[in-house]
Design a protein around this ligand. Structure first.
Ligand code: FAD
Length: 312
């Protein structure tokens, strides 16, 4: 069995694994895809101390760093359930994989990340990272001086619009419903900014592009049923971030209303010996540097647990 088993191989998981392995304890990582969301990222300009890099480059260095410490990395395996130590016959925490295999560990760090909710319209996949973006903190500056749209008028959409308005030439917010769902203070702020337009009852139907990059979008006016096209260099999709926590639904790990794993200041979950870090948790602001910090914290939390609880 592992002393620390990390489920998820994104920045949070990689950081947790390195911190654990440096304590000289048996550490494993099980992940569907090493690197997580970072694999899908083209330009990274806010990973402090590295002025600019790409997702695949950062993932390669993460992997190299993890492998430096003899961490057992198991990829292309999906965790399907977790059973707490109190409920297993051998006193170890069990992580059941979709393949049917069971991994046993004295402590588990879950860092299975999240995924952006997609519009699921033609062109979205083809122009992902070519104008279709999901993270204004990350990609906003790439659209400096250009026209951009924000899809979604909830808090994250209106925050994105306010953030982008200071960087880009013009922002158009498209909201499906007849009213914005964001907090009134944010709506008031956005309404007061000259280069933000808000269109309600707008259903985005298509991402338009020239083969290389986004050139605009098409939406249906839900009042009249008419289709309209808007010229845009960028489209920020802000319709929600979904935590990859479904695999814990049958476990006793407490989740928030939004499905995020509830963690305390040490990264501990509601279940003894189970810690969590990164985008899958309730910790706000989903960013690489934050996920790494949280991964380190959860790992130190797990180590504290191990030195207080002897092996079964
Ligand atoms: P993730 O990176 O989501 O990794 C999750 C890991 O868990 C993966 O290995 C996955 O395969 C695995 N996994 C999931 N479910 C299971 C399961 N059931 N069993 C086993 N394994 C599982 N942040 C920045 O700071 N700067 C940027 O420039 C930036 N740009 C971004 C651009 C894009 C397009 C996207 C999508 C995100 C961007 N982000 C950026 C956000 C950043 O990528 C995330 O905050 C960060 O990757 C979160 O790390 P994580 O380790 O918590 O989760």
């Amino acid at each position: 069995p592992f002393d620390v088993l990390v489920v998820g191989g994104g920045p949070a998981g990689a950081s947790a694994a390195i911190y654990a392995a440096r304590k000289g304890i048996r550490t494993g990582v099980v992940a569907e895809r090493f690197g997580g969301q970072v694999q899908d990222t083209m330009a990274i300009e806010n990973f402090i101390s590295v002025k600019a890099t790409t997702g695949p480059k950062l993932v390669a260095s993460l992997e190299e760093h993890v492998k430096e410490y003899g961490v057992e990395v198991i990829t292309e395996q999906r965790a399907a359930n977790l059973i707490g130590a109190e409920e297993t016959d051998d006193g170890y925490i069990h992580v059941e994989l979709a393949s049917g295999a069971v991994l046993r560990a004295r402590s588990v760090i879950t860092s299975t990340g999240a995924r952006w909710r997609e519009m699921k319209v033609p062109g979205e996949q083809a122009y992902r990272n070519k104008g279709v973006a999901y993270c204004p903190h990350c990609d906003g500056p790439l659209f400096k001086g250009k026209r951009t749209a924000v899809i979604g008028g909830g808090n994250s959409g209106i925050e994105a619009a306010i953030d982008l308005a200071g960087i880009v030439e013009h922002v158009t917010v498209l909201e499906f419903a007849d009213t914005l769902r964001a907090d009134q203070v944010l709506i008031d702020r956005a309404n007061a900014i000259a280069n933000i337009d808000i269109i309600t009852l707008a259903e985005t139907t298509r991402v338009l592009g020239d083969g290389d990059r986004v050139t605009g979008l098409e939406y249906r006016d839900r009042r009249s049923g008419e289709l309209h096209q808007l010229a845009q260099a960028g489209i920020f999709v802000q319709i929600g971030l979904v935590p990859n926590s479904e695999w814990l639904n049958r476990s006793k790990v407490a989740l928030s209303e939004r499905g995020e794993i509830i963690v305390d200041a040490h990264g501990a979950t509601s279940l003894a010996g189970v810690f969590a870090a990164g985008d899958v948790t309730t910790v706000p602001y989903k960013q690489i540097i934050i996920a790494m910090g949280e991964g380190a914290k959860a790992s130190l939390g797990a180590f504290d647990h191990l030195i207080r609880h002897p092996a079964p």
